[in-house]
Design a protein around this ligand. Structure first.
Ligand code: HH2
Length: 270
């Protein structure tokens, strides 16, 4: 999953793709590099970020989705990274295929209905608190079992709202109300979340915990980002939300060829 942030303030690439033409060209380049999904976001969720209104978020993302729907190569899917039901609805109407909601469908009471009616796939992420304050003092009993239990309850709520269980992806929400230690433990014990039986997505790309461990600035965190996705793959994650698609695809191809062996080869020939 390649990231296309149409925001002035995203933590690592804010302002780079605000012009819709540039954002569409960037998305197509990520597809060329091997992304199977393009994740379009119009509101930064970095710690301390200020919320954006529906109209402004739509103004940012709709032209990009329309442009990518018209120009995307066959097989490339588009996800809308939003917590607002109105934005998800308009994005799906414009041709988006997947809803990626960092509030785990708790931020807008209409979101479950929009996803159920569309019958689309949906990524349910865990976040403690909300972006403005989430890094103040994140606290858990056992971080992995707390998040696994939360995600399980969320899935039950989604199914009760008419969403097919087979359409639900889970995401522990690396960096969303977590200390560096929490993020590292979540990666190491990701198999416990994979055991819930849904596809697991991991978004670790360039995030602050990589800087905390290595001392690297945001723009220099590619090696740490690759380490994180290789661990996540080994623990069973199957969708990787990344800024640096070409490099991530190569790392995952080599890791998967070794870890998954024949099953990876058979995926390549079918
Ligand atoms: N992380 C970010 C945004 N959306 N969605 C999912 N499912 N999982 C994540 O880990 C995730 C996400 C934050 O990264 P980015 O989009 O690069 O930054 P910003 O929120 O500042 O736009």
């Amino acid at each position: 999953m390649g990231i296309v942030n149409v925001t002035p303030d995203s933590f690592s690439d804010g302002g780079q793709w605000l012009d819709p033409e540039k954002a569409v060209a960037h998305g197509l380049e990520l597809a060329e590099q091997g992304a199977a999904i393009l994740d379009i976001g119009g509101e930064s969720t970095r710690p301390g970020a200020e919320p954006v209104g529906v109209a402004e978020e739509l103004r940012r993302v709709l032209p990009v989705i329309e442009g990518l729907v018209a120009a995307r190569p066959a097989g490339i899917r588009i996800s809308i990274d939003t917590a607002k039901a109105q934005v998800a609805l308009r994005a799906l109407e414009a041709g988006a295929d997947i809803v990626n909601d960092v509030t785990g469908l708790t931020g807008d009471q209409d979101m479950k209905g929009v996803v159920a009616a569309a019958g689309c796939e949906v990524c349910v992420m865990h976040m403690q608190g909300e972006p403005r304050t989430m890094q103040t003092s994140p606290t858990y009993g056992d971080v992995v079992s707390d998040i696994r239990d939360y995600l399980q309850v969320q899935v039950e709520g989604l199914v009760a709202a008419g969403i097919e269980p087979g359409k639900v992806w889970l995401d522990p929400g690396i960096g969303f109300g977590k200390t560096t230690g929490h993020n590292l433990e979540l990666l190491n014990r990701l198999d416990e979340i994979v055991a819930l039986g849904h596809p697991v997505l991991v978004g670790a790309s360039r995030k602050a915990f990589i800087g905390k461990v290595s001392g690297a600035e945001t723009g220099d965190r590619l090696p740490g980002s690759l380490a994180a996705i290789v661990i996540a793959l080994e623990r069973g994650a199957r969708i990787f939300r990344v800024h640096d698609v070409a490099q991530s695809v190569q790392a995952l191809e080599v890791a998967a060829a070794s870890l998954l062996g024949e099953s990876w080869e058979s995926q390549q020939t079918t």
